[in-house]
Design a protein around this ligand. Structure first.
Ligand code: PLP
Length: 489
């Protein structure tokens, strides 16, 4: 039987009711609030004032909620008006082990961390003496199968762009006949004029409704919403259809298999005929920003086969799916690939970023071809190491798989009770990476705050759940109750 420690915020106790899961499960953070507290409309008066102040110096038009992180703890995000919400959006899927996590606080206040912050190295030129050890005991400790090297980066878009550059340099080296073949005078000269052959006509193939970031290069592979792309010059790169699966999956198996075969055939056609030949295909294990679109392991195995067949690299973008959220450390572990991806990009819950790879030929043939000032950040790498330790200590990937099943079952019951409200429920067996379509999605997200839940959307009509890895059945109970309140209203 779990012992319920006194709640951090006394008024939370009054707000919380005992839940079914409390009886069987040990809380990870006993002094986490026991439930949401809603004191005012959100934003309340203090938040409104602070938002107005901020707006004078910083664009607040995309603001969702102004938070007080010093008062946020575990799964709960606090605002300035005393409201405390159960956060199943978690900074756009990027908080792994809870707000104000004590283990991370310990890592953050260590002498190693202080040194890394105030003596930030230009890693390509002046790496610190223990960089290899930091990588081996951190980022590389959780490297996906087939990957034993990493190129570190600042953010998800940056990681993807670096992976694209590695792919282009790899392809050209292959075409040139090896690492030792020198560049021609024509290549050298034309590169300075942005002309072929120095700046070759090659491409990265991505999928319709994909999201791979908003920097210049990555934006050309992003296809989720026009507002991200308008007015920005883009590369002439190909896009293939991503499977549009029908739900429930069990009832549409044949149709869905046909749809996936159609998309794979389209990929193959583009790989072999597109006027700017692809050096790589990039794909998300679950298209996230584009609406939580799933495909089967067989589809991804097919994608690996077709890229291998045509000597094109496969980049798996695990920026949103990685670090445990799907009930495996990396979502592509669900696919049972015999032949691993060539590169795997990561960020968000890792709190650092980069791309993993195994093939030594993915290191450019000369130094300074893949380079920038910082090339990552030891402080953030130390933080990821602490996150990895915390995930291992609490067995959080397993927790996410189990809690996800519990949450999915609860949502399935709700979808039967309110059939028009929860459509295309998806993410079964994918940890807490669950979503559904709702005809009144935006209203649901808005009403969430009124019942103590911070929740996000994706694509045109999906409600997406992205809780942290410390989200337990007790939190799922609170969430399901809140959802039912909204659906009844
Ligand atoms: C799958 C995926 N790739 C790349 C990115 C871009 O990452 P960042 O916003 O850190 O540049 C995101 C961000 O949402 C993402 O979900």
């Amino acid at each position: 039987m779990a012992t319920q420690s006194p709640p951090r915020n006394a008024s939370a106790a009054a707000a919380a009711k005992p839940h079914l899961a409390d009886a069987v499960e040990q809380p990870y953070f006993p002094d986490e609030p026991t439930g949401p507290i809603v004191r005012t409309e959100i934003p309340g008066p203090k938040s409104k004032e602070a938002i107005a102040e901020l707006d004078k110096v910083f664009d607040t038009r995309s603001l969702n909620m102004m938070a007080n992180y010093q008062n946020s703890f575990g799964n709960y995000i606090a605002d300035l008006d005393g409201n405390v919400l159960l956060d199943v959006y978690a900074q756009i899927a990027s908080i792994p082990v809870g707000y104000s996590n004590p283990s991370l606080l310990l890592a953050a206040t260590s002498p190693d961390m202080a040194s890394a912050i105030i003596n930030r190295p230009a890693l390509g030129n002046f790496p610190q003496h223990d960089w290899a050890q930091i990588l081996e005991t951190g980022i590389l400790r959780v490297a996906p199968k087939g990957c034993d090297q990493v190129f570190t980066a600042q953010a998800g878009s940056d990681a993807n762009e670096l992976a694209y550059k590695a792919a282009f340099m790899w392809k050209r080296r292959q075409q040139r006949g090896g690492a030792d073949v020198e560049f021609t005078a024509e290549e050298i000269e034309s590169s300075m004029n942005n002309q072929s052959p120095g700046s070759p006509n090659m491409s990265i193939l991505s999928f319709k409704t994909a999201f791979h970031g908003r920097l210049f290069g990555s934006l050309s592979t992003t296809r989720s919403k026009p507002i991200h792309k308008l007015d920005i010059p883009a590369f002439d790169w190909p896009q293939a259809s991503f499977p549009a699966l029908k739900y429930p999956l069990e009832q549409h198996a044949e149709e869905n298999a046909r749809e996936e075969a159609r998309c794979l055939a389209e990929v193959e056609k583009l790989l072999t005929t597109y006027h700017n030949p692809p050096a790589a295909v990039i794909v998300e294990p679950i298209q996230s920003e584009g609406g939580d679109n799933h495909a089967s392991p067989a589809f991804f195995r097919g994608l690996r086969e077709v890229t291998r067949k045509h000597d094109v690299l496969l980049i798996v973008d695990e920026v949103q799916t990685g670090v445990g959220a799907t009930g495996k450390f990396w979502a592509h572990e669900h696919w049972n690939l015999q032949d691993p991806p060539d590169m795997v990009t990561f960020s968000k819950k890792a709190q650092t970023a980069g791309y993993y790879f195994g093939n030594p030929e993915l290191r450019p043939n000369k130094p300074y071809r893949q380079f920038n000032t910082w090339m990552g950040d030891p402080a953030r790498a130390l933080l990821f190491r602490a996150i990895i330790n915390e995930i291992a200590r609490l067995n959080l990937v397993h927790n996410t798989a189990e809690t996800g099943d519990y949450l999915y079952a609860g949502l399935e019951s709700l979808s039967q009770k309110y059939p028009g409200e929860i459509e295309n429920l998806r993410g079964k067996g994918q940890g807490t990476f669950i979503a559904w379509d709702s005809p009144r999605r935006d209203e649901i997200l808005k009403k969430g705050k009124g019942v103590g839940i911070n929740i996000g959307g994706s694509g045109a009509s999906a409600v997406r759940l992205r809780p942290m890895l410390i989200f337990q059945k007790r939190h799922a109970d609170i969430f399901l109750e809140a959802m039912e309140k909204i659906l009844k209203s």
